[in-house]
Design a binder for this molecule. Structure first.
Ligand code: NAD
Ligand code: DAU
Length: 336
């Protein structure tokens, strides 16, 4: 198979590229990424010279470029990760979120439709379902959409478009809505890598509000294995919820990270809460278990410990991000 992965220089996409090439020998991946602030080719350094992997720098919002790419490359499958992904940034400004997540997705859908109805998997989030109360039942595929941040609204909008192309144009799509990922190569603006790297640098860690918000954490490899199973066994037109069975309050995660890093609670700085902060996300993934045989297998404590260890052992990777130096890698490798 020849696969277009969008956003493969980001956190989940880079892990997916590694995962897929290791587990699907012979398949070819074209990684299309605009290298926004979140894209980092250093995460894929080890694939330099791999004949089954190609990097293409490009913007999913560039309609003509995208159509040409589909015509030239003749993909069998699109796995769409590219997005603006950070809620706090969407609170500051919505524009890039709407342009990339909605218009960019539409361009990809059009290119897939106009170039042979290419199989399309859309990677989405549990945030489209809104916020749960402490006693509410977890989200499932039938939960009504109720996005509450500009990020979540833009992802919800993209989900609706993807389903509309299935109903209107018979485009062979599937969608996954997954909970909070953690693991290697995550940009250190998100909770876990921010806290781990700050503590390595002996900096304080900013807990929003009282730290009472709850997220359901899943290791990125469990998520990507779920995406793989949906691609291989999922029913066309269907949506699958993926989750980690690991609901934790932010303060609990914070305490675990402090312990792993050998630091005390004096490193916590309670800061102003996120605007419109969703209280709780939780996922009922029984459809994926029943229909695909998928469930998460990575134990949260072990996964978190391995992840903290990865950031300890790969300080060069994240220190270059914090200093801005990571942007030089593309210039050196690709603009000789
Ligand atoms: P990320 O921010 O780490 O990576 C996004 C990637 O997309 C970057 O490499 C960036 O350069 C690229 N990109 C952005 N705009 C682009 C454009 N216009 N054209 C081409 N490339 C562009 O994000 P992530 O955390 O890896 O998330 C990947 C996907 O998974 C997103 O769609 C996100 O909504 C979804 N998701 C994320 C999580 C999570 O916990 N991180 C959970 C569920 C779903
Ligand atoms: O649920 C899936 C979503 O998870 C994905 O769709 C998003 O792309 C991804 O960014 C993530 O969104 P969250 O907002 O849940 O993740 P974040 O790591 O930004 O925050 C996790 C929780 O920690 C949230 O309740 C806010 C809180 N937080 C976050 C940061 C960055 C803090 O208390 N302090 C912080 O500095």
């Amino acid at each position: 198979m020849k696969i277009l992965v969008t956003g493969g220089a980001g956190f989940i996409g880079a892990n997916f590229v590694h995962y897929w090439l290791e587990n699907n020998i012979g398949d070819k991946i074209v990684n299309l990424d605009a290298l926004t602030y979140a894209g980092n080719l250093e995460s894929l350094k080890d694939l330099t010279g791999n004949k089954d992997y190609e990097f293409v720098k490009g913007d999913i919002c560039d309609e003509e470029f995208i159509d040409k790419l589909f015509k030239e490359q003749k993909f069998d499958l699109v796995v769409h990760f590219a997005a603006e992904s950070h809620v706090d940034r969407s609170v500051l400004s919505s524009k890039d979120f709407v342009i990339t997540n909605v218009e960019g997705t539409m361009n990809l859908l059009d290119a897939a439709k106009n170039n042979g109805n290419v199989r399309f998997h859309h990677v989405s989030t549990d945030e489209v379902f809104g916020s749960l109360g402490e006693k509410d039942k977890p989200f499932n595929e039938k939960t009504p959409y109720d996005p509450r941040s500009p990020y979540a609204a833009s992802k919800a909008s993209s989900d609706h478009l993807v389903r509309a192309y299935f109903h209107t144009h018979k485009l062979p799509i599937t969608i996954s809505n997954c909970s909070n990922n953690y693991g290697p190569y995550q940009f250190p603006e998100k909770l876990i890598p921010l806290f781990v790297t700050n503590l390595i640098e002996d900096k304080k860690i900013p807990v929003y509000g009282t730290g009472e918000a709850i997220r359901d954490w899943i290791h990125v490899d469990d998520h990507n294995r779920g995406v793989e199973m949906i691609i291989k066994k999922g029913v066309i037109g269907e949506t699958y919820c993926l989750g980690g069975s690991s609901e934790k309050q932010n303060i609990e995660i914070t305490e675990r990270i402090l312990k792993l890093m050998g630091k005390g609670s004096e490193m916590i700085e309670y800061v102003e809460d996120r605007k419109g902060h969703d209280l709780r996300y939780a996922i009922d993934f029984s459809k994926a278990t029943t229909e695909l045989g998928w469930s998460p297998v990575i134990d949260f404590d072990k996964g978190l410990e391995a992840t903290a260890q990865w950031y300890k052992e790969n300080q060069d990777w994240w220190k270059k991000i914090k200093s801005g130096e990571y942007k030089e890698y593309y210039k050196k490798q690709y603009q000789k």
